[in-house]
Design a binder for this molecule. Structure first.
Ligand SMILES: NC(=O)c1ccc[n+]([C@@H]2O[C@H](COP(=O)([O-])OP(=O)(O)OC[C@H]3O[C@@H](n4cnc5c(N)ncnc54)[C@H](O)[C@@H]3O)[C@@H](O)[C@H]2O)c1
Length: 353
C-alpha cells in the first residue's frame, strides 16, 4: 500500500524532499500539501502531483488521512503543526531545528507518544555517507579515543533573508539554523552523548548585509523579498562538554569578515588520528613520521535527502530504525537554549534534566 503523504510548508526545503520522494515512484500517494502562501502551495501541488492544496493546515488535516506528514515551515510553526499532525494520526518528520526551545520539543515528543506515532527530526547530515564512514572509522579504532571535536558552519555573506532574520519566527540566527547541523552531526558520530555544560557567545556586529549586491549566498528563504528584518545574531560560538568527556567547539555565522578560504566543516580529534570530513582525511603518524591519509570511497554527503526520507518511510513501516528520533531533537534544543542563555548572562550554563 502506498504511503499517504502530506506537506505543511512548501517553501525552499520542501522541494528537496519533494524531489527525494519523487525518486520513490508509487511508494507514495500524494494526498495534499499546505502553505500560508496559496501560490506556493498550488505550485508545489502541481509540481509533485498532490491531489489537493490548502492554506490552512487544520483544514487539511481534518479533511484528509495521512500516514506521513513533512513539516517544512519556519521554526516557530514546527511545534503547533507537528502536534496537530500527530493528533490527526499521522507520523511526522519535522525539519530542523525541532522547535524554538526545549519546552516545545518536549511537548512534541509527548504528542507522538500519546498517539503512538513516529516523530523524526530532519537532521539530514545523519544520513550522509560521510557520517556513516566516520562512525565506521571510529568504531574500528582508527581514531583511538576521540576527545575533542571542532565544528564550523561559517558563511562570509550568507544570510538567507526573510523570516531567518526575524527572531520571533526563527528563534535565533546562524546557531539555530546552521550550527544545529554540525552540532547534531558531531553528537551523532560519537554516539549521541548528553550535553552537560555549555559556554556560548553570540554577536550581531555586521547584521544582514542586505546591501551587498553579490555574495556567496547558498540558501534563500521563499520569504526573502519581505521587509528586511534582522533581530538575530550574525555569529555564534560555543564550547559544549558532554557526559562522556568529549568537548565540542562550534562556530556558525551568517556574516563574518573572513577569507572565503577559511576552513570549515568538522574535525574529530582522537589520540591515534584526527579525521576531517570534507575532505575525508586522517591526520596521524606513520613510521615515526607525521602522515596525512586521503580516503577514497563513498565519503561525501551523497543523496542525503533521499536517504533521510527513505529512512522515515522505512521506520514508519517497521523496516528500519529511525536514525533521528525526537529525543535527539530535544538534546539539541537543550544545547541551543543553554548557548543562548550563556551568551545572555556571560556565564557557563549547566544542563540540568
Ligand atoms: N535540512 C536542511 O538542510 C534545511 C535547509 C534549509 C531549511 N531547513 C529548515 O526547513 C524549514 C523551512 O525553511 P525554508 O528554507 O524552506 O523556508 P521558506 O521560507 O523557503 O519556507 C517556509 C514556508 O513555510 C510556510 N509556513 C510558515 N508557517 C506556516 C503554517 N503555519 N502553515 C503552512 N505554511 C507555513 C511559509 O509560508 C513558507 O512558504 C526551516 O525550519 C529550516 O530550518 C532545513
Amino acid at each position: 500500500m502506498a504511503i499517504k503523504l502530506g506537506f505543511i510548508g512548501t517553501g525552499s526545503i520542501a522541494h528537496a524532499h519533494g524531489d527525494a520522494y519523487r525518486k520513490m515512484g508509487d511508494r507514495i500517494e500524494y494526498v495534499a500539501c499546505c502553505d500560508l502562501n496559496e501560490e506556493r502551495a498550488k505550485n508545489f501541488a502541481e509540481k509533485y502531483g498532490f491531489k489537493k492544496y490548502y492554506t490552512d493546515y487544520k483544514q487539511m488535516l481534518a479533511e484528509n488521512q495521512f500516514d506521513a506528514i513533512e513539516v517544512c515551515t519556519w521554526n516557530s510553526a514546527h511545534a503547533e503543526c507537528t502536534i496537530a499532525a500527530l493528533n490527526a494520526g499521522a507520523n511526522v518528520k519535522c525539519e530542523k531545528p525541532m522547535a524554538m526551545n526545549t519546552e516545545e520539543a518536549l511537548a512534541m515528543k509527548e504528542a507522538a507518544e500519546k498517539n503512538g506515532k513516529l516523530l523524526m527530526i530532519g537532521f539530514v547530515r545523519r544520513h550522509g555517507n560521510d557520517a556513516n564512514a566516520a562512525i565506521d572509522f571510529i568504531d574500528k579504532g582508527f581514531l583511538g579515543d576521540v576527545y575533542f571535536i571542532k565544528a564550523s558552519y561559517l558563511r562570509r555573506a550568507g544570510f538567507p533573508g526573510g523570516w531567518f532574520g526575524d527572531k520571533s519566527r526563527s528563534g535565533g540566527g546562524p546557531l539555530i539554523d546552521l550550527g544545529v547541523h554540525v552540532i547534531d552531526l558531531s553528537r551523532y558520530v560519537v554516539g549521541n552523548p548528553k550535553p552537560v555544560t555549555v559556554f556560548g557567545a553570540t554577536f550581531n556586529k555586521i547584521g544582514s548585509r542586505n546591501h551587498l549586491k553579490t555574495g556567496p549566498k547558498d540558501w534563500a528563504s521563499s520569504t526573502e523579498a519581505e521587509d528586511p528584518i534582522f533581530t538575530v545574531e550574525d555569529l555564534a560560538t560555543a564550547m559544549i562538554r558532554f557526559d562522556n568527556g568529549v568537548v565540542l567547539y562550534v562556530e556558525a555565522s551568517f556574516n563574518l569578515n573572513m577569507s572565503n578560504n577559511t576552513p570549515g566543516g568538522l574535525v574529530f580529534y582522537g589520540n591515534k588520528a584526527g579525521l576531517t570530513l570534507d575532505p575525508f582525511e586522517l591526520h596521524t603518524e606513520c613510521n615515526d613520521m607525521l602522515a596525512d591519509i586521503k580516503i577514497h570511497g563513498p565519503t561525501g554527503c551523497g543523496d542525503f535527502f533521499y536517504y533521510e526520507d527513505t529512512n522515515f518511510l522505512d521506520a514508519i513501516e517497521g523496516k528500519a530504525e529511525c536514525k533521528a528520533p525526537a529525543d535527539d531533537g530535544i538534546e539539541l534544543m537543550r544545547i541551543l537554549d543553554a548557548i543562548y542563555e550563556s551568551a545572555r548572562t556571560g556565564k557557563s550554563v549547566d544542563i540540568v534534566r
